[in-house]
Write a protein that binds this ligand. Sequence first.
Ligand code: GTQ
Length: 354
Amino acid sequence: MSRALDQKPEMTNARADYYGRIGEHNMTPLWEVIHKLLAKEPVTQATPHIWKYDEIRELLLESADVISAAEAERRVLVLENPTLRDQSCITEALYAGLQLIMPGEIAPTHRHSPAALRFIIEGSRAFTAINGEKAYMEPGDLILTPSWVWHDHGHDGTEPVVWLDGLDIPMIRHMGPVFAEPYSGDSGEFHPEGNPSGDNQSRYGANMLPVGAKFDTDNSPVFHYPYPKTRAALVELAKSGHTDACHGIKMEYINPANGGPAMPTLGTFMQYLPDGFKTETYRSTAAWVYSVVEGTGRTMIGDQVFNWSPRDNFVVPAWYPHHHEPDGDAFLFSFSDKPVHDKLGWFREARGAA
Ligand code: GTQ
C-alpha cells in the first residue's frame, strides 16, 4: 500500500495544548501542514477567467476622463484574478493590465527591475521609447521593455491606443527585489532621443549580429516584433503541416543572441489554429495569459467553456487542463512564466487527456 501524503494526524487535547504553547514562540508543527505544503500536484489559488473586450472597452476609454496618462504615470486597468483580488495579479506569478494612451499624451520615462511586455490590442501610432528609441505600435505587435531599461510611452496618432501589459511583478515581489526609479535628466522627465526607430530590428533582428557584439543580460536586444512578420511565418509553417496536436502552430518569440526566451522571466508566444483544427488537452505547471488577435472560438479550461473573439483576454492558471476550438482561422498571443519553470527545473506538462 502506498503512503498517502494527505492524511492529517488526529487532533487530541494534548496535541492542541502543545500546539498552543509552541505557537506562543512563533512555531507550528509541520505534520499539521505538510500535506498542504507538499500537495501531490500543483495547486493554484487563481481561477480561469476571461475579460471580454466588448464588455470593458467603454470603461477603459472612460479612464481617459478620470486621469491623464502623465498624472497616472501609467493609465492601466489591472486585470485581477477574481480569486486573487487586491493583489494586482492575474496569477500568483504574473501581472496583466490594459493600458490606454490618447493622442498627444505622454507617460513619462521610468525604469524598474520587473520586466514588461506590451501586446498591442487596438489603435495605431502610439510608441514605446526604449532608451529613447521609439517602437511604433500596430495591433498584434509585441514590444518588450526588459528589466531596468528606461522607457516611456507617447502617441503620434489620432485614435486611442490600448495594449495588454504583462509583467513579472508578482514573482519578483515574492522574492523581494522590486526597484523602480523615475527618470530625471537634463532633458526633464523624458529620456533623450536614442537610436532611430527600427534600429534594434536591423541591428539584431535580421538573423545577423554586429561583429563583436557582446551581451551582458539574457534580454533580447530586439524589442519590437511587428505582427505581419510573425503572422506570415506561422501561415507559411502551417502549409508544411508541422502542426502540434496540443498547440497548432505555436512559436516563441526568442532572444536572437542566445536562442532563449525573449526575456528571462516572461515567455511570449503566438499561435495559429487553422480552420477546423481542435487542439488536444494540455496542461503545464506554467500559467498562460492569452490575448485573442484574430478569429472566434472557445477554450475549455477545467470544466468551464470560455468563448472568445478578437481583443478578449483570458487566463489559464497552472495545471488546468485546457484545449482550444477555433470556429475558423484563429491567432492567439500568449505569455507565461514558463521560462522561470524551465530554468529552475520545475517545468512539467501533460499532453492529451489525463
Ligand atoms: O508601462 O511601464 O501595467 O511600469 C505596470 C507598471 C505598465 C509601464 C504597467 C508599469 C507599466
